[in-house]
Design a protein around this ligand. Structure first.
Ligand SMILES: Cc1ncc(C[n+]2csc(CCOP(=O)(O)OP(=O)(O)O)c2C)c(N)n1
Length: 711
């Protein structure tokens, strides 16, 4: 906090800075002929006050791990963020390329080309496109939900790495939210979680302008938001007028001193503030003000109506004198503390360095289990749980949880020092009890039945350098998709564990049996999907997830036991790294028919293969745990697995058949689901829909007949 100015009334210079932010936003939208000018105009004083007086952020070291986070949840108001980053002179730090530094600085040229091809000033903030975009926002609700994960990460980092005299982590997480953010369900899930967890480091500032696109929010949104948040366990503070920044300042000071609850500050504002005709009108949304209105508004601000993208030189200077210097000082103090910490706690410092660099400690995969061949086998969820525990023991920042399904998804970290992430009791001095079984240092997170908020939260955790996992049933990815999509877009190394991956889950019936979910995850750019066929493929799948630093991985796992294949008889599971590999091949010539499958259906293909072998048919089984990885292999490898010459092909997957034509061709056989499932024990459901070896054998023989007839 800047004690010289914290609650002082706005000066003329402050007003000039605020109006610079407003006019830059107006000019950006006018020039682009698209975008939302009204919200930046209304919320500029709020954002200015936060940045200039409170945010601890070194503009020249944007990857500093203890920086305060600012999330613009209403991403459509991004012109405001671009103005702040430019006026605050935020630019990549020298010599570091960690997450916070991603991209290049927002320059005035970039601002002028707002929303144009190649500009860093994108239509909504895209993490990585310019320095200082802490997360991608745009779908309303995502930013605030992600900020909860950032706050959880800070709480975990503080509880895990701070030592007496070494407060390495004590940063705050701020999110600026709009009516739409507050309407979206995901923000309610996330706020409920944050309230339960008593995340005192979290502050949402709700720019309440009572307008959304269709007009005044009294047609849609009339609840008492503050009361709702109080019920969630938040402290709620109010600012009657966004332009009165000293009132907001006072509340932000209160927030900083609050030891046990998250804070919501509800700020009443006017969309399009200063635009004489468009204020309080829905036109302030989604379109430029228009030249005439721009002039009138600028006059209202005491601005030169003819000036465009005008930045009075005192404005960046003023930002530098407060926002810049405060952050640089805080960072310098932290650096000298960190240097001493490195000497006193070299192992812990090494862990922090790994997190910052996105690397893993030497030998992280040494204790990975290997599973003995077994006809009875284990489910891939069980195998994954063992692998995950082995990894998490080695890598302290591998942590996470499930949406109330940790026991079913086998994602509990069971080793004795894992602990549970829960707020510890507060001592008299307001300090929390240090790491015990239940504290913020715990690594088992209970997300509650909140799949969407869980996935947004793990994104926030990944953005802080952690390697989080999130788990649930595959069917519930439908509830979490919004957040998963942004994780894929941002390239975050999150591991999702989706179990109960097919109709074979059985008795829970069609509502719980995934059909189209696998295909839709495969359709998501940047999402690595792995559906391992047995325990040893599961080991390899987890290995790939851990080695992936460029995007999320979905591990798609069974509820039911699968035979653990004898790898002396069949090919090594190391083939998983190629996405698809020849698991079982014929002898005495090239194959006549290819059997392609993933996950639980690989065992069916193996059974069919053995039968076909007895019948004198030369078949090949291809295990295809990951289409994405297979697509990345060179043409020669792909040809070696799926030779063009062999067109008799059968694919088997107990889900939607969408996409399998790519591998079996238009005339190949696709054994898949064409409807929702049914309610019965898993074995009966599988039999009902024809997922058995006999069916695979029949399909293979039909393929052979068809191709022999053609030849
Ligand atoms: C999930 C989602 N649905 C719809 C939109 C499209 N959208 C963009 S801005 C907007 C209205 C936003 O109104 P509000 O949240 O009150 O923001 P403000 O009026 O303060 O700009 C809508 C519906 C969106 N960005 N995200």
């Amino acid at each position: 906090m800047d004690t010289t100015t914290a609650t002082a009334p706005a000066t003329e210079l402050d007003q000039l800075c605020i109006n610079t932010l407003r006019t830059l936003a107006i000019d950006m939208v006018q020039q682009a002929d698209s975008g939302h000018p009204g919200t930046p105009m209304g919320a500029a004083p709020t954002a200015y006050c936060l940045w200039q007086r409170f945010l601890n952020y070194d503009p020249h070291a944007p990857a500093w791990p203890n920086r305060d986070r600012f999330v613009l949840s209403c991403g459509h108001a991004c012109a405001l963020l671009y103005g702040l980053l430019f006026l605050g002179d935020v630019k990549p730090g020298s010599g570091d390329d960690a997450r916070g530094s991603l991209g290049q600085a927002v320059t005035l040229d970039e601002i002028r080309s707002f929303r144009q091809l190649g500009s860093r000033c994108t239509g909504h903030p895209e993490h990585g496109w310019a320095t200082g975009f802490e997360t991608t926002t745009g779908p309303l609700g995502q930013g605030v939900a992600t900020s909860v994960g950032m706050a959880m990460a800070e709480a975990w980092l503080a509880a895990t790495y701070n030592r007496p005299g070494f407060t390495l982590f004590d940063h705050k997480v701020y999110a600026l939210a709009s009516d739409g953010d507050m309407m979206e369900g995901v923000s309610a899930e996330a706020a409920s979680l944050a309230g339960h967890l008593q995340l005192a480091n979290l502050c949402w500032i709700y720019d309440s302008n009572h307008i959304s696109i269709e007009g005044a929010t009294d047609i849609t949104f009339t609840e008492d938001v503050g009361a709702r948040f109080e019920a969630y366990g938040w402290r709620v503070l109010h600012v009657a007028d966004a332009n009165a920044i000293e009132q907001l300042s006072a509340h932000l000071e209160t927030f900083a001193l609050q030891p046990s609850l998250p804070t919501l500050i509800v700020v009443q504002s006017h969309i399009g503030y200063g635009a004489p005709h468009k204020q309080d009108e829905k036109e302030a949304h989604g379109e430029p003000l228009g030249e005439d209105e721009v002039r009138l508004t600028k006059e209202f601000y005491g601005w030169d109506p003819d000036a465009k993208f005008l930045v009075p030189s005192v404005v960046p200077q003023h930002f530098k004198a407060h926002f810049g210097q405060r952050g640089a000082k805080a960072h310098a103090t932290w650096e000298s503390l960190y240097q001493k910490y490195q000497v006193q706690y070299p192992d812990l410092a090494q862990q922090i360095a790994h997190m910052q660099a996105g690397t893993l400690p030497e030998g992280w995969d040494a204790p990975l289990p290997r599973f003995e061949a077994s006809a009875k086998g284990v489910s891939t969820r069980d195998a994954a749980g063992k692998v995950q525990n082995a990894i998490a023991r080695q890598v302290p920042w591998v942590l996470g949880g499930a949406a109330d399904l940790a026991p079913s998804t086998k994602t509990v970290l069971t080793f004795d020092f894992a602990g549970v992430f829960e707020p510890g009791p507060l001592a008299d001095d307001g300090e929390r009890a240090k790491a015990d079984a239940h504290s913020f240092a715990g690594r088992n997170f209970h997300f509650g039945i909140r799949e969407h908020a869980m996935c947004a939260a793990v994104s926030g955790m990944a953005l802080a350098g952690l390697r989080p996992f999130a788990a649930g049933f595959l069917i519930f990815t439908d509830y979490a998709r919004g957040a998963m999509r942004l994780a894929a877009m941002m390239g975050l190394p999150v591991t999702y564990i989706w179990t109960h991956d097919s109709i074979a889950l059985g008795e829970d019936g069609p509502t719980h049996q995934p059909i189209e979910q696998l295909a839709s995850l495969r359709a998501m750019p940047g999402m690595r999907v792995l559906r391992p066929a047995d325990a040893n493929e599961t080991v390899e799948a987890w290995r790939i997830a851990m080695q992936s630093t460029d995007g999320p991985t979905s591990l798609v796992l069974t509820r039911q036991a699968l035979p653990t294949l004898d790898r002396t008889q069949y090919a090594s599971a190391a083939g998983v790294a190629h996405g698809a590999y020849v698991l079982a091949d014929c002898e005495g010539g090239s194959p006549e028919v290819l059997l392609l499958a993933t996950g639980s259906e690989v065992a069916l293909c193996i059974a069919a293969y053995e039968q076909l072998k007895k019948d004198g048919v030369r078949a090949r089984v291809v295990s295809m745990p990951s289409w994405e990885l297979f697509e990345r292999q060179d043409a020669a490898y792909q040809e070696s697995v799926l030779p063009d010459a062999v067109q008799a092909r059968v694919s088997v997957e107990a889900g939607s058949g969408l996409g399998w034509e790519r591998y079996v061709g238009r005339h190949g056989a696709i054994l898949a689901m064409h409807s929702f499932g049914t309610s019965a024990p898993g074995k009966d459901v599988l039999a009902h829909f024809g997922f058995d070896a006999a069916h695979v054998v029949r399909a293979a023989q039909e393929q052979l007949r068809r191709h022999q007839a053609k030849a």
